[in-house]
Every structure is written in structure tokens, then in C-alpha cells.
Design a protein around this ligand. Structure first.
Ligand code: NDP
Ligand code: 2IT
Length: 445
């Protein structure tokens, strides 16, 4: 590593103690940018990297609400408005007990470059809370969402900051958040994406992250002169991203044999019955082991990390950060995996990524591979501004074009910097350069 990257990392570490995920995300980007910094001295002079690692604004707030037993509950809310060089802050809201400022900052930082790669006009941000939606009634989720929005509403807007879903936030939560925003502001506007189709949502937004991931992986497979037909595929998670990745893989002739949740994983050698998963997860909000009551030949294993010991051709981690470590990567490689693409944000540890790259496994990094969700959110914003709706096919074909373009950008940037085959570096460089150009043009602000 150059002394420039070293000293910058030391500064960021000193300034952001106890934020390991944020530091992990920053380290990966800074390492990728080393050849760019060497080639473009103005980046150092203008302190572009020092500016980009510092959020423009970060909000932390109290979220009090009353549960069904009449007990007062207090959660902590976050919104990190990281970078607005390319457009209004854009990024999801995560509701999970593990949420803290460092997690939201890592997600917001990644979002800057991901959003840049989509080439749509959106900046980067992220938010959420340590509220745990599991086991809560609809009424409790609504009460929480209303309290959360009662503070957030004053900081967001269709041209300022446009939140959306992430872990624990789907159509139900976006509906409650939207209702409260409208009540407080009296504006019916595109302030959130992932809205219901009846009140401004876009067709194909629900499917977009999973579909986009598969479109991106298709390009990775094409570069290896192959496709999905007959491929064994292991996908972690069983939420929004995992479900629609499974659907698209199956439609292209791949065989998804495993899915998971935070309790364990199922292996169904005959191929996952997605309708059953959708009923359990989308309708009943149940646990994945219930799958066995419909498919008794499937096997359920407690604990989620063992999913990577299943031999497969393609692995798509779609649950959460650091779910695939160096040990898991070594097993996947030994079992002959040819492609790994990240549906979740930062699911592979740095040790796992370096092993995949060294073993010449095709590796699609999250910022590029899972950008289809936020790209389609940007398409929802466009439709809201125009006050019209595009058909499913129209949105899906735009999404497909965006994913192809992201692949091309990442590949071209990796080649331009002598790092052919390294889409991690390619995506970081291509995304960074877009943001950097806009920041240079806008001066020191
Ligand atoms: P969901 O809440 O719909 O599903 C999350 C899935 O991951 C569930 O199966 C959940 O299991 C599992 N999971 C969550 N946390 C953990 C954990 N700590 N350990 C093990 N399993 C866990 O979320 P999404 O599908 O929307 O998000 C999944 C990933 O994709 C996240 O990393 C998110 O940031 C990323 N992403 C999402 C986008 C979107 O548009 N939704 C866009 C781009 C990226 P359980 O139900 O048991 O908690
Ligand atoms: O990580 C992500 O890109 C998302 N959760 C989607 C964000 C969005 O604004 O649609």
C-alpha cells in the first residue's frame, strides 16, 4: 500500500473508532483507488478522498413508541446523508437490532459509489434503526414507523433525500412511513421509493435487486463463455433480494438448491419450490425450516454459515454483511464454484474476496452487482416527477440496460488501470471517478 493510502486510513481509523464495518468498506475503496491517485495528482491536492470519507451530515434521534402492552419503548434512529454531488441523497432504511452508526455509515459510504455506477442522478445516503421487527404486531410496526418519521420528515424530501427499503423494511413499512410523512407535510410526493403500486410505486421495484443481480451475473458467466442452464446455485437469505434472485435464476434454467434465514438453511436437491418460500416469508413472516412441512425430502440445518459448504457452480450471498468469510470461500473454491456475486452489501469478508480473485473465480462486488434496486428506485423517482407509470417490461428493460452498463463500466475501468478481471477495483474506480468529477466541478463545499 502507498504511504498516501496508509496515512489516510490511519486518519479515518483515528476519527471513527469502534466502527469496524465502516473502516472495512473505506479500506477496500482506498486500496482500489491507489493507481488513480498516482495518475491524477489533483485528487490529492483537492483532498477529494478526505472529503468523500466524511459524511455531509449525520442524524441520530430518539424514536419513542408504545407497544401493544402499553409499555414505552425507545429505539435509536439514524440517517447519514453522505454525499450529494450527483443528486439528492438516496439509499435504504434498515430495521435490525444490529444497527448502529458504524453500520449505517458503511452502507451509506458504499451507496455513494453504487449510485454513481447506475448513472442516474442520485447521491448516497442510508438510515435505519435498532428496532427489531421480528415478533412485532402490525400495530407495533406502524407505531414505530410513525414515530421514526415524526423526526425524519424534516430532513428529507423528493429533491433532498429519498429513503427506501433495506433489511426489515419492505412494502408494509414504506406504506406506514409514507402515510406519516404525508400527514405531517401535506405533500403527496415521491419522498420514498418502494411504495405500493396504488400510490406511486414502480412496477418491478420489488423484483429489481434480485433480477439486477442475475442480469449482472449473466454477464460474468458470458465472459466465461457459459450461462445459467443446468448450473447449481446456492443463495443465502430468503428476503426480498434472495427471493427475486431465485425467481430469475430459475427462469433462466439454473437450479437453486439452497436458501437460508438467520436461524439456518435448507437444501433441496430437487430445486427450491419458490412459491412455498414466498408463502412462508412474504405472507406468513415465518421461519425457513417450515419449508420441510411441504418438501419433506429437503434437509434443514441449524446455523447459517454452513450453507457455503454445499457444492455449487454459482454462489449469491443475499443476506447480510460479512456472512461469507475466508474459510467459507476456501470451501466454495475447493468445491469448484465459478462465479460469486454479492446481492447483499459487503457479504464477503476481505479474506474471502482476495481468495476469489486469486483463484480466478468471477467475482461481482455488491456496489455493482446489487445496484439494480437503487437504480429502479431512481426510475420510480422519474415516474413520480412525471406523474406517470411505466409498464413492468419498460422498467425491467431499463434495469437490464443499467446492469449491463455497470458491468461494462467496471470491466473497462479494471482494464484501464491494468487490473483486468478485478471487478472490485473496476467498480470502485468507475464509481469514484463519477463522484470526483462532480465534486471538482462544484468546488469546495
Ligand atoms: P430482507 O429483510 O427482505 O431479508 C433479509 C434476509 O437476510 C432474511 O432472510 C434474513 O433472515 C437474513 N438476514 C438478515 N440479517 C441477518 C444476519 N445478521 N444473519 C443471518 N441472516 C440475516 O432484506 P433484503 O433482502 O432487502 O436485504 C438483504 C441484503 O441485500 C442486505 O445486505 C441489504 O443491504 C442488501 N440490499 C437490499 C436491497 C433492496 O432493494 N432491498 C438493494 C441492495 C442491497 P431473518 O429473516 O431470519 O432475519
Ligand atoms: O442497498 C441498497 O442499495 C438498497 N437498500 C436500496 C436503496 C434504494 O434507495 O432503493
Amino acid at each position: 500500500m502507498s504511504s498516501f493510502v496508509d496515512s489516510l486510513l490511519a486518519q479515518v481509523t483515528a476519527r471513527n473508532p469502534a466502527e469496524p464495518e465502516f473502516l472495512q468498506a473505506v479500506k477496500e475503496v482506498l486500496e482500489s483507488l491507489e493507481p488513480v491517485v498516482q495518475k491524477r495528482p489533483e485528487i490529492t491536492k483537492l483532498k477529494l478522498i478526505e472529503r468523500i470519507v466524511e459524511p455531509e451530515r449525520q442524524l441520530m434521534f430518539r424514536v419513542p413508541w408504545i407497544d401493544d402492552l402499553g409499555v414505552i419503548q425507545i429505539n435509536r434512529g439514524f440517517r447519514v446523508q453522505f454525499n450529494s454531488a450527483l443528486g439528492p441523497y438516496k439509499g435504504g432504511l434498515r430495521l435490525h437490532p444490529s444497527v448502529n452508526l458504524g453500520i449505517i455509515k458503511f452502507l451509506g459510504f458504499e451507496q455513494i459509489f453504487k449510485n454513481a455506477l447506475t448513472t442516474t442522478p442520485i447521491g448516497g445516503g442510508k438510515g435505519g434503526s435498532d428496532f427489531d421487527p421480528k415478533g412485532k404486531s402490525d400495530n407495533e410496526v406502524m407505531k414505530f414507523c410513525q414515530s421514526f418519521m415524526s423526526e425524519l420528515f424534516r430532513h428529507i424530501g423528493p429533491d433532498t433525500d429519498v429513503p427506501a427499503g433495506d433489511i426489515g423494511v419492505g412494502g408494509r413499512e414504506i406504506g406506514y412511513l409514507y402515510g406519516q410523512y404525508k400527514k405531517l407535510t401535506n405533500f403527496f410526493t415521491g419522498v420514498l421509493t418502494g411504495k405500493g403500486l396504488g400510490y406511486g410505486g414502480s412496477l418491478a421495484r420489488t423484483e429489481a435487486t434480485g433480477y439486477g443481480l442475475v442480469y449482472f451475473t449473466t454477464r460474468m458467466l458470458e465472459d466465461r463463455k457459459t450461462d445459467w442452464k443446468g448450473k447449481k446455485v446456492v443463495i443465502s437469505g430468503s428476503g426480498n433480494v434472495a427471493i427475486y434472485a431465485t425467481q430469475k435464476v430459475q427462469s433462466l434454467g439454473g437450479k437453486v438448491i439452497a436458501l437460508s434465514d438467520s436461524n439456518g438453511y435448507i437444501l433441496d436437491e430437487e430445486g427450491i419450490d419458490l412459491k412455498t418460500i414466498q408463502r412462508i416469508k412474504e405472507v406468513e413472516r415465518g421461519r425457513i425450516k417450515e419449508y420441510l412441512s411441504v418438501r419433506p425430502k429437503a434437509v434443514y440445518t441449524e446455523g447459517c454459515s454452513g450453507i457455503w459448504t454445499i457444492p455449487c457452480d454459482v454462489a449469491l450471498p443475499c443476506a447480510t454483511q460479512n456472512e461469507l468469510d475466508g474459510k467459507a470461500a476456501a470451501i466454495l473454491i475447493k468445491n469448484g464454484v465459478i462465479a460469486v456475486a454479492e446481492g447483499a452489501n459487503m457479504p464477503s469478508t476481505p479474506e474471502a474476496v482476495s481468495q476469489f480473485l486469486a483463484a480466478k473465480v468471477s467475482f461481482g462486488p455488491a456496489k455493482a452487482a446489487n445496484a439494480g434496486g437503487v437504480a429502479t428506485s431512481a426510475l420510480e423517482m422519474s415516474q413520480n416527477s412525471m406523474r406517470l407509470s411505466w409498464s413492468f417490461d419498460e422498467v425491467d428493460s431499463k434495469l437490464h440496460g443499467i446492469m449491463d452498463n455497470i458491468y461494462t463500466q467496471a470491466k473497462n475501468a479494471s482494464e484501464a488501470y491494468g487490473l483486468s478481471g478485478n471487478l472490485v477495483a473496476g467498480a470502485n474506480i468507475a464509481g469514484f471517478l463519477r463522484v470526483a468529477e462532480a465534486m471538482i466541478a462544484q468546488g469546495v463545499v
